[in-house]
Each structure stands twice: as structure tokens, then as C-alpha cells.
Design a protein around this ligand. Structure first.
Ligand code: CND
Ligand code: ZN
Length: 362
């Protein structure tokens, strides 16, 4: 099958034919329909984060079950699925306490399947998996626990975005911060995930939603998603603008959706006493954050957030229902749909701030 392989940081992905071994115990072969291109993948290309190489990246996908390995009971051939980049075992300490996004299984993967071996090869060379998914290929073998069964009338080339950007952004608002109606919310970074923070804030009934970005096109997108104000961080003083917009109060909540320690500080400084800052962006490994502890003394809260603190098998079908009922925007997130052969131009466009999300359609 055709897949895009990262051999070296900063090098283009190589689209080539790989051998994909069939599914083993509790694994499933998926024929992918589509995969979104997320900034987290770009972080690995740029070496902001380390990963065993070579690797097939991609963690935002949807497709159809082609074949099931032994012991699989959750799905059967033909089922439509979204892939979760966190497998949820249902049995670890985190899962049984309702914190499936922190499931132990995720930390057993380390570029391989849960049994410690890989299914991907290029000739004699072993190719690594990414989060147990590797959606930048026509097919993927994934753990059964990484699958979320979905309704068959949902368009797979759209709901692929339910694999990461949507539950991460919407979940950061609803599950992590638990934004209250009438709140003021600042969103730093109006990219693929940030736009979903904006639409999460709309769903939560936020009164003002202040989108911050360095590109005009991103700010326009944010308005379309329900932002009430835009701040151009390339020319404006973000903190002073938030002060003006909130009539001196500052915001109840700030979300950092860029992956920069400077922006985390900026987010903190836009919150009022007792306000909450949520870090969604992924900062480069080894980055250090320096904050003024005085901010925290005043009942401010600084939180992390992975996968929007979601429970994939509960939240993803719900988000799809909302999309099908036109209460959640997905189509508007998609700036372009490309073939796998054009994946490097998708990353270039993401890096240059030209797109919200690009979909790779197989
Ligand atoms: P994307 O590149 O689409 O968005 C980032 C946005 O930030 C862009 O619109 C940029 O223009 C904007 N930006 C850059 N610098 C600044 C600045 N100084 N001030 C204001 N805006 C700026 O990326 P994405 O939305 O796909 O991902 C955003 C981050 O979220 C990224 O770090 C990604 O790795 C992370 C993420 C986290 C999680 C999670 O589970 N926590 C899941 N997926 C992605
Ligand atoms: Zn992602």
C-alpha cells in the first residue's frame, strides 16, 4: 500500500509502497478514506518532538474496517470508524476513573503496536507507527481499542477531523476548562484546533470570544466560527486589546493553541483574577516556562489538556451527531483536499499559515 514516510527531520515525506502485515490479536485492518493534516505531525517533521524513525505519521483519520484480527469483538468488516490517537483499554486506573484520554496503553506504543512489534516495512527496513495509527497511508493496522464506531451516513472524508482537531478544541472548552455561559474567552492561535476552541466556546455559551492570530485569513476564519472579536498579534498589543475589549476586566478563560511558551505567558496575562488558562499547544521538547507566581496567587488556574480531556467512544459519536444536525462546523474547517502524493505541499501550507485544515483523500 502507498504511504508517506518520514525518514529524517526537515526532509520531505517520501510517498512509497510499503508492506503492511495483516492484523494480529485484537488488531484491525482499516481502509482509510481520509486523514487530516495536524500541526502535531508537523512538530515531528521539524524535530520539535522526537519519535523513532522512519515513521508513517498521521493521527486524524477515518475509514472502513477491512479485516479483523483474532479476538476482536468491537467491530466487524464494513463498519465505519474514526481512529483515536489514544487507545482506551477500559481497564487501567485512568480509564476506570473516566479519564480515558490518559489511558496507560498510549504509553506502551512507542512507535510500535501494543505487542511491541511493527506491521509496517519497506523491504527489510522496519517502519514505525505513530500513536498506533499512521493515517498517512491507504491502509492502517491499529489496535481494536483505538477504534470508534460511527454512524454510516456521516461522510468519512469530513469526520476524519473528529479524530483530533475537533475533540481537542471543543473538549478543551467543554471538558477541560468547563467554560460557563456568559464567560469571556481568549483563543490564542486560530488554526485547525483553535477554530474548534472557538466553536466550543460558542457551544458553551461564552459571551465574548476573542480570537488572536498573526494572519488575517485565520482571524476571518475565527469570525466565521463565532468569534466576537479579533486581535492581530503581528501588529497589536494582545494584552492591551483584551483589556479594552473586556472593559478592563480581562478574560475568564484563555486557551493557548499555538505551542509557544511566550504565548502561554500571554494567555495567562489576559486572564482576570480567578481566571483559567488552558495549554493546548504542544511546545518543543525541553522548552521551559517562566511565569510570575503572583499571577497564580490570585486564584488563577493553569491547566494542561490532551485530546480535549475526551472519552473518544462517547464524545466522538456525539460530535458527529452534532455535525449531522448542523450544530457543529466541519466543512468550514477544510481549506483543501489533496492526494497523498501532495502531502508535502499540505505541510508547507500549514507551516506558512495558509490553511485551517487540509484533508488527504485516499
Ligand atoms: P495550526 O498551525 O493550524 O494553528 C496554529 C495557529 O497559531 C496558526 O493559525 C498560526 O497562525 C497561529 N500563530 C502562530 N504564532 C502565533 C502568535 N505568536 N500569536 C498568535 N497566533 C500565532 O496548528 P493546529 O491548530 O493544528 O495545532 C495547534 C497546536 O495544538 C499545535 O502545537 C499542535 O501540536 C497542538 C495540538 C495539541 C493537541 C492536544 O491534544 N493537546 C492535539 N492536537 C494538536
Ligand atoms: Zn492533532
Amino acid at each position: 500500500m502507498k504511504a508517506a514516510v518520514l525518514y529524517e527531520n526537515f526532509q520531505p515525506l517520501v510517498v512509497e509502497n510499503l508492506e503492511l502485515e495483516g492484523p494480529k490479536d485484537h488488531e484491525v485492518l482499516i481502509k482509510l478514506t481520509a486523514s487530516g493534516v495536524c500541526h502535531s505531525d508537523l512538530h515531528y517533521i521539524k524535530g520539535d518532538r522526537e519519535h523513532p524513525m522512519p515513521v508513517v505519521l498521521g493521527h486524524e483519520g477515518a475509514g472502513v474496517v477491512e479485516e479483523t484480527g483474532s479476538g476482536v469483538s468491537y467491530v466487524q468488516t464494513g463498519d465505519h470508524v474514526v481512529l483515536s490517537f489514544v487507545p482506551t483499554c477500559g481497564q487501567c486506573n485512568y480509564c476506570v476513573r473516566g479519564r480515558q484520554n490518559l489511558c496507560d496503553a498510549r504509553y506502551q506504543l512507542r512507535g510500535k503496536m501494543l505487542d511491541g512489534t511493527t506491521r509496517l516495512r519497506s523491504g527489510s527496513q522496519e517502519i514505525h507507527h505513530f500513536n498506533g495509527l499512521s493515517t498517512f497511508g491507504e491502509y492502517a493496522v491499529v489496535p481494536e481499542d483505538s477504534l470508534v464506531k460511527i454512524r454510516e451516513d456521516a461522510p468519512l472524508d469530513r469526520v476524519a477531523l473528529i479524530g483530533c482537531g475537533v475533540p481537542t478544541g471543543v473538549g478543551a472548552v467543554i471538558n477541560t476548562a468547563k467554560v460557563k455561559p456568559g464567560s469571556s474567552v481568549v483563543v490564542l492561535g486560530a488554526g485547525g484546533v483553535g477554530l474548534n476552541v472557538v466553536q466550543g466556546a460558542v457551544l458553551a455559551g461564552a459571551e465574548s470570544i476573542i480570537a488572536v492570530d498573526i494572519y488575517g485569513n485565520k482571524l476571518e476564519n475565527a469570525l466565521q466560527f463565532g468569534a466576537t472579536h479579533m486581535v492581530d498579534a503581528s501588529g497589536e498589543d494582545v494584552i492591551e486589546r483584551v483589556r479594552d475589549i473586556t472593559r478592563g476586566d480581562m478574560a475568564d478563560y484563555a486557551f493557548e493553541v499555538i505551542g509557544s511558551t511566550a504565548a502561554i505567558n500571554q494567555a495567562l496575562a489576559t486572564t482576570k483574577r480567578g481566571g483559567t488558562t488552558v495549554v493546548v499547544g504542544v511546545t518543543p521538547a525541553g522548552a521551559e516556562l517562566t511565569i510570575d507566581p503572583d499571577f497564580l496567587h490570585l486564584d488563577r488556574v493553569l491547566m494542561g489538556c490532551t485530546y480535549g480531556s475526551c472519552y473518544p467512544r462517547a464524545d466522538m459519536p456525539m460530535l458527529i451527531d452534532m455535525y449531522m444536525a448542523r450544530r457543529l462546523k466541519l466543512d468550514e474547517l477544510i481549506s483543501a483536499t489533496l492526494k497523498l502524493e501532495d502531502i508535502n505541499s499540505a505541510f508547507e501550507a500549514l507551516d506558512q499559515g495558509e490553511v485551517a485544515r487540509t484533508i488527504i483523500r485516499y
